[in-house]
Ligand binder design. Structure first.
Ligand code: AMP
Length: 548
């Protein structure tokens, strides 16, 4: 497939508003793609380049992109920046710039979908000191051969935000429809393989094999997630529940085969090098081949330390030893996904727990099986007294569902009602904050789109504002007056007093009294609050029940 055709399909999808029509459109394309094209198309259409399990990163910021486009149109970086500022949409601006580029007699090579993928792979592979130059060279090559419409989607792919509304759910349904398969089968394979691209290929080549695919060590699995809820609600719905402490640390997934292990963060980045102490403790605790799920916590004098200490370690690549002396991390393992060649995803939590206890000599997180609310409340009180964040109330009969935020795991913690939201813009501050951003535009996700829901300026100290400026200054895509558009890459946890409906924001909702709580460095933008879940919270709120 030519990249131009891919771009035309994206353009058509942008014009379709109904979910089913979009699925139909994509389902119509999939069967006619070649074997090498199918996985690439499936990832690209979701705005992703590499499989979700892959730790590869493009590493392209807006500046590199501006430089590449500037080079191709023979203008200065500022011209590109200004054009993007004027439209507020990098994709459309690049399209327009390429359209106005003087006709040259240079030979333009047709861009092919798979070639674009290969080139982006080269960009991701470029490392070391010369990496930016190499990335720039590849980007220049791609834009140099791009027609205007291709430029629009190339830009958005590089910024990893396609904005056409094909999220994972829609693409999964399109794969099922294209190859006449049960959606549950596609979902099963997706959970195990963690890449819809390969699932699509298998769906066409050998659909029977979809039910047999299984998780493998060293290919990280999406983490199972929790919903906010109450102890009484879980006990009423399920009778017996498994209560665990909710540790305030950072999630990790530990893979081990023989004498080799790797550790992945919640965002499925490889963090083995940053966590030698976790690796050592777990290697010493088991002789089996395993995939474990747990939380890394910082401990000082037996008491848990705040989450910020842990996240610092996850980011640390150099001087790990010196840092380790300051902050010791210990693993609390609460689940097992794989043992000695066998996937445990379909086993119940109760069974997995027994296997976990048999496989690991130490570091298994405590779990209490109780059937009445009072007993669970007592554990909750004890958890808080011990300095934990709260408790997790889990359903003993539940399988492990990767990537699913369901009611099988419910988190209960006191106080603040918070949302995790993507930061998509900012506004310059005033007075002593004039050289920094003073407020931030936040968005929820809806099928691959990010829809604003409000701004936050409260709760941020001057020191944090300075840190945030450093974090965002190279991610500015466009300026308009005092406002800037940011490449969406950072997640804020934000408190609020109430969710209201509002015509002012594209999500249709606004937050009353939003208050900054912290940067969720462990979360990626595709993990932020969904529009559906926000609507659910809105519906469930009685007279401003949230709290600040
Ligand atoms: P949240 O990040 O607020 O959605 O809460 C869910 C997170 O709590 C998980 O992703 C884990 O990182 C963390 N967590 C702490 N203790 C546990 C536990 N016992 N079981 C599952 N998750 C836990």
């Amino acid at each position: 497939m030519q990249f131009l055709e891919f771009a035309r399909i994206c353009e058509r999808l942008e014009g379709i508003s109904g979910r089913l029509d979009m699925i139909e459109e994509v389902a119509g394309v999939l069967p006619r793609l070649g074997d090498d094209e199918l996985p690439v198309f499936v990832r690209f259409i979701m705005g992703r380049v590499f499989p979700d399990w892959s730790t590869k990163k493009l590493g392209v910021g807006p500046n590199l992109l501006y430089d590449a486009v500037a080079y191709v149109i023979g203008r200065k970086r500022e011209t590109v920046r200004e054009a993007i500022n004027a439209t507020g949409d990098a994709g459309l601006a690049v399209e327009d710039l390429l359209a106005r580029k003087e006709q040259t007699s240079f030979f333009i090579q047709e861009l092919d979908l798979v070639d674009v993928y290969r080139e982006l792979g080269r960009m991701a592979a470029a490392g070391g000191q010369r990496s930016q130059k190499e990335k720039l060279r590849v980007a220049q090559g791609l834009f140099g051969n791009a027609r205007p419409l291709e430029g629009r989607y190339l830009t958005r792919l590089m910024l990893e935000e396609l904005r056409i509304g094909m999220g994972e759910g829609n693409v999964r349904d399109a794969v099922a429809r294209a190859f006449a398969l049960d959606v549950r089968l596609v979902e099963h394979a997706h959970q195990a393989m963690n890449d819809l691209g390969e699932v699509a290929l298998l769906a066409r080549r050998d659909p029977d094999a979809l039910s047999r695919v299984t998780i493998e060590p060293f290919r990280p699995v999406k983490m199972m997630l929790a919903q906010a809820g109450t102890i009484a609600g879980q006990v009423a719905d399920h009778g017996e529940v498994a209560v665990e402490y909710k540790y305030d640390g950072s999630r990790f997934q530990f893979h081990k085969v023989g004498g080799v292990c790797r550790i992945y963060s919640r965002r499925l980045e490889e963090v083995t090098e940053s966590l030698p102490d976790i690796a050592r403790q777990l290697m010493e605790a088991t002789d089996r081949d395993v995939i474990l799920d747990g939380e890394a916590v910082a401990v000082r004098d037996g008491r848990p330390m705040p989450f910020q200490f842990v996240i610092r370690r996850f980011r640390r690549k150099h001087e790990v030893d010196a840092m380790m002396e300051k902050i010791e991390l210990v693993p609390r393992v609460f689940d097992i996904l794989y043992i000695d060649g066998e996937s445990l995803l379909d086993r119940s939590l109760a069974e997995r727990r027994t296997i976990l206890e048999g496989a690991l000599r130490a570091h298994v997180a405590e779990q209490f099986r109780v059937s009445d609310t009072a007993a669970a409340e007592a554990i909750y009180a004890d958890a808080l007294a011990r300095g934990h964040e709260g408790v997790m109330v889990k359903v003993p009969a539940s399988p492990y569902t990767p990537g699913v935020r369901g009611r099988q795991w419910v988190k209960v913690k006191p106080g603040v009602e918070t949302l995790d939201l993507a930061v998509v813009g900012a506004e310059w501050g005033e007075g002593r904050r004039a050289k920094m951003f003073g407020s931030f535009l936040l968005a929820v996700q809806d099928q691959g789109r990010l829809l604003p829901v409000g701004k936050v300026a409260t709760g941020i100290t001057d020191e944090t504002l300075a840190d945030l400026y450093a974090l965002f200054k190279d991610s500015v895509i466009a300026h308009s007056g005092k406002e800037v558009t940011l490449e969406p890459a950072v997640v804020f946890e934000v408190g609020y007093s109430e969710i209201q409906t509002s015509p002012n924001y594209a999500s249709g909702y606004a937050l009353r009294f939003p208050r900054f709580v912290r940067v969720r460095e462990d979360k990626s933008v595709d993990e932020v609050e969904t529009l559906d879940s926000l609507a659910g919270r809105y519906g469930g709120q009685k007279n401003g029940q949230g709290s600040i």
